[in-house]
Design a protein. Structure first.
Lengths: 400, 193
């Protein structure tokens, strides 16, 4: 059973439609800046990848949960171009999305003293992601089910992988999948800062430098990406963007934040995905990695690739989107699939923004300065998360 | 096949130390995690599940406002009268946030800590309040053996509940079914043995 991605909706730091996103990837223009949508005065760092349209940050009032607001817009955009209800009944469609924490409008919560309300009272400043997403499923006529994935940075890639398996095993006809998250609220941004994984900077907004020898950490961001996934038998061939060929997921069971330095289970997720896809490591043309810019991420990804690809690791082009837009956490895997789509559609491996010097502990072949033109048929997409969830997806250039 | 379901009132002790070997990690436990450790301990007794067994978990909407409420209530009256700004968040709120609470707020900590305690490294996913997700995960499993599914929830009244079961795809039909859109804990509660 072949499974394909046929429609996309996007609101992201790289742009608010697919053409804008692809143009940003091609040029490598920086899409991270100092926080604009919230008052970040006094913050120890302010760098963030906020959602931009025509290069400008899209602003919303504090009462708006941005991950839901932009998810709604991404869904509207996708369904306007790719009307699912023409082909499928509501019960035949599922929604599987990744996301992060619930939203707290800190300013209103504190200024209106909502914390003084009796225990169990409705709190206007607190918006639950699950409820909001299920309401969106109903709004868009998707009644086959709404499953929300919340495994931190692996949430949306789990949602995509799970959706693929449902379709492959004929347990669904069509799935709306992807992810939406925003780390640009006071609570989410400062909470993540306290975890100690953010990039450091002496002056100006910090930069995320995936795989670079002098990387210091990541930069957080936000974005909403939706995609329609269908069985090829029901899809319209000229709408197919790419084919999903394989999925593997594992857990490190090692630590609550750090990846297992042996990278055994990260490598295992790749092996499972390759087996599922029925392709050999030699058939993978490039790897789009998780590439967070944190010190421990790059050596783990390097070791995993080395175990699977052997000496070929030094010749396998790799890429991370996070240097350009930051880490979208619960939406990162879905957003980064747009980078995979770029590779398959334009036959290029994008360049990793902010990478300049190779790390001796992770001597990956990182494409830098400009995209690398080459034949691209199969792409490996890797993601991993705090808590030790690993995912690997194999995507293929579509051929009818 | 065995189903375990546990529920604890807010005032009730959860005997987590009787069921964990990695005691240092209990500082990261929410009451949902504690209940999950007890339920897993009851499910497996002195046995250990295979390391590659798939493990799918559904967590409840997190009542993390408790952490912010506690933080806000610690402010002086003068601080409460100060308008909220970025600087206020950094100077007054951030120092009062416990670093342990940062981890407790992360939705995947219960599944992560269970995986570490039992060495579970197989196929996995974490859902938010989804019985359908758990049941579909069993149906689509490629694993040659049962799948471990679990669900837990912290309720706003301070109580917590948790359920676990090992399940084969064929066994789904033997269970008392609820609507896939229902709370996953209802499934475990209805099928407790």
């Amino acid at each position: 059973m072949r499974v394909v991605i046929t429609g996309l909706g996007v609101k992201s730091p790289l742009g608010c439609n697919l053409n804008e996103v692809f143009e940003s990837i091609k040029t490598g223009k920086p899409c991270v800046g100092a926080l604009e949508n919230i008052d970040a005065g006094g913050f120890p760092m302010t760098a963030a990848g906020e959602i931009r349209q025509h290069g400008e940050v899209v602003k919303t009032p504090g009462s708006v949960d941005r991950k839901i607001h932009f998810l709604n817009l991404a869904m509207e955009q996708m369904l306007a171009e790719h009307n699912m209800s023409d082909k499928y009944s509501g019960n035949e469609m599922l929604m599987n999305l990744g996301t992060g924490l619930d939203y707290l409008d800190s300013e209103n919560y504190f200024n209106s003293r909502e914390y003084m309300k009796p225990f169990g009272s409705a709190i206007d400043s607190h918006q639950k992601a699950g409820r909001s997403m299920r309401e969106l499923a109903i709004k868009f006529g998707i009644s086959g089910g709404c499953n929300i994935f919340v495994a931190a940075c692996a949430a949306s890639s789990q949602a995509v992988g799970f959706s693929y398996k449902l379709l492959k095993k004929s347990l669904a006809k069509a799935v709306v999948t992807g992810g939406s998250d925003s780390m640009t609220s006071h609570a989410a941004y400062l909470g993540f800062f306290k975890l100690g994984a953010m990039a450091l900077s002496d002056e100006g907004p910090a930069t995320c430098k995936p795989f670079d020898r002098y990387r210091t950490g990541t930069v957080v961001g936000e974005g909403a990406v939706t995609m329609t996934m269908e069985r090829l038998e029901f899809a319209t061939p000229d709408q197919v963007i790419m084919e999903v060929l394989g999925y593997g997921s594992t857990a490190d069971a090692f630590a609550i934040t750090d990846p297992d330095p042996s990278a055994d289970m990260l490598a295992r997720s790749i092996e499972i995905a390759l087996k599922d896809a029925g392709v050999s490591p030699d058939q993978i043309d490039c790897a789009h990695l998780h590439g967070t810019g944190t010190p421990k991420n790059a050596p783990a990804e390097y070791l995993a690739l080395k175990r699977v690809f052997g000496d070929r690791v030094k010749d396998l082009p790799v890429y991370s989107m996070k240097g350009q837009m930051g880490h979208l956490i619960g939406a990162c895997g879905a957003m980064e699939l747009l980078g995979v789509a770029y590779s398959l559609l334009y036959q290029q491996v994008p360049h990793t923004v902010n990478f300049s010097e190779s790390d001796p502990d992770a001597p990956l072949y990182v494409v830098s300065d400009k995209p690398l033109s080459m034949p691209v048929t199969h792409v490996l997409k890797l993601n991993a998360s705090f808590g030790g969830h690993n995912t690997a997806l194999i995507l293929k250039k579509f051929e009818a | 096949m065995k189903v375990i379901y546990k529920k604890y009132a807010a005032s009730q002790d959860i005997p987590v130390f009787d069921y964990v070997t990695k005691r240092k990690l209990t500082k990261y436990h929410t009451r949902e995690t504690m209940a999950a450790m007890v339920a897993m301990g009851e499910l497996y007794k002195d046995q250990k599940p295979p390391a590659d067994m798939p493990f799918f978990y559904s967590t409840g909407e997190l009542e993390y406002l408790d952490y912010y409420r506690e933080l806000a209530m610690s402010f002086t009256e003068e601080e409460r009268n100060t308008p909220f700004t970025g600087l206020f968040a950094v100077d007054k709120a951030m120092p009062r946030m416990s670093p342990l609470d940062q981890f407790k707020i992360m939705r995947n900590m219960t599944q992560c800590l269970i995986s570490i305690e039992y060495g579970l490294k197989g196929d996995n996913a974490l859902f938010l309040d989804s019985l359908q997700g758990l049941l579909l995960a069993v149906k689509i499993s490629d694993y040659d053996g049962p799948v471990l599914i679990g669900a837990g929830k912290l309720y706003s009244d301070g109580s917590t509940a948790c359920g676990f079961a090992e399940m084969l795809p064929d066994e789904l039909t033997n269970f008392s079914m609820v609507s896939p859109h229902d709370d996953p804990l209802v499934f475990f509660k209805q099928n407790i043995q």
